[in-house]
Design a protein around this ligand. Structure first.
Ligand code: SF4
Length: 270
């Protein structure tokens, strides 16, 4: 895997982002920070894969991670003129890249944001998030992205992400610390996600909130389709059909309604 250190004005900066701190229209959030470009996890359904177009167009998604230079200093300067709000960490990369363990960029950002009075909403697939729980309080939340109940398909669809066991263990640790841990069940992949068994894991762990979605971004579809074609050619047509099938989606909604413990607040986004 190649790790490149680039100027902050790299992919997103040239296109849209000139700042470390970016306003977002995502419901319930005010800002987002993306200290890295690319993602080691390399998920084959990743909505952020389009970000490779500027500097890594010919490289495989998951094969590069760029560090945004001077990101923490930039954030510190921008915070001086920014009102506190709820901040997503992160939107277009997983904040806990392997290099984060050494660089501690995300950790330093969270500290700055908390000192400024912001509320943090972490979204990750990495158990390494537990390193930073000491910086959080009960106003913050940690979202663990979990689309499968075990690792039968994760090495194909999420090649370098933490195992499902590690993600559930991280979720339990967050909850044990008295913090909010949300389950982001997305995307539910027809013929691959065993939603019933995944819900039963959620019922055991009891996350603070569970979100469910089936969406695969249009820009990501070719990468996802190619992966299914390569590893499960016999399933490709059916997967495509189901993703567009309203009866299938209705059956998923019913399954959530009937099987998810009533003690877990939920939001179904499809
Ligand atoms: S962990 Fe998130 S950002 Fe990284 S590749 Fe997977 S879906 Fe994309």
């Amino acid at each position: 895997m190649k790790i490149a250190v680039q100027e902050h004005e790299t992919i997103l900066a040239r296109v849209k982002q000139e700042h470390a701190f970016t306003k977002t229209r995502i419901n319930g959030l005010d800002y987002v920070i993306n200290p890295y470009v690319g993602c080691h996890s390399g998920c084959r359904y990743c909505y952020a894969a389009y970000t490779k177009a500027c500097h890594h167009a010919t490289e495989e998604w998951g094969s590069f991670v760029d560090v945004k230079k001077d990101f923490v200093q930039k954030l510190e300067r921008e915070l001086e003129k920014t009102a506190p709000g709820k901040v997503l960490v992160s939107g277009l990369t997983d904040p806990y890249q392997p290099i984060e363990l050494k660089e501690k960029i995300v950790r330093r950002c969270i500290k700055l944001l908390k000192d400024h009075g912001c509320t943090i909403s972490i979204l990750t697939k990495s158990h390494n998030v537990i390193r930073d729980l000491d910086l959080l309080d009960e106003t913050d939340e940690v979202g663990l992205s979990i689309a499968f109940h075990d690792d039968t398909y994760t090495r194909i669809f999420e090649p370098n992400a933490a195992s499902i066991e590690k993600r559930f263990a991280a979720m339990e640790t967050v909850l044990e610390k008295g913090l909010k841990a949300n389950a982001m069940v997305s995307p539910i992949l027809p013929l691959f996600t065993n939603l019933e068994r995944l819900i039963s894991r959620l019922n055991e762990v009891q996350p603070s909130y569970a979100y469910f979605d089936t969406v695969i971004a249009r820009s990501t579809w070719p990468m996802f389709e190619q992966t299914v074609e390569e590893f499960f050619p016999e399933k490709k047509t059916r997967v495509k059909e189901l993703l567009k099938n309203s009866e299938y989606k209705l059956s998923l909604r019913r399954m959530i309604e009937q099987n998810l413990s009533t003690s877990i607040p939920r939001k179904v986004l499809f």
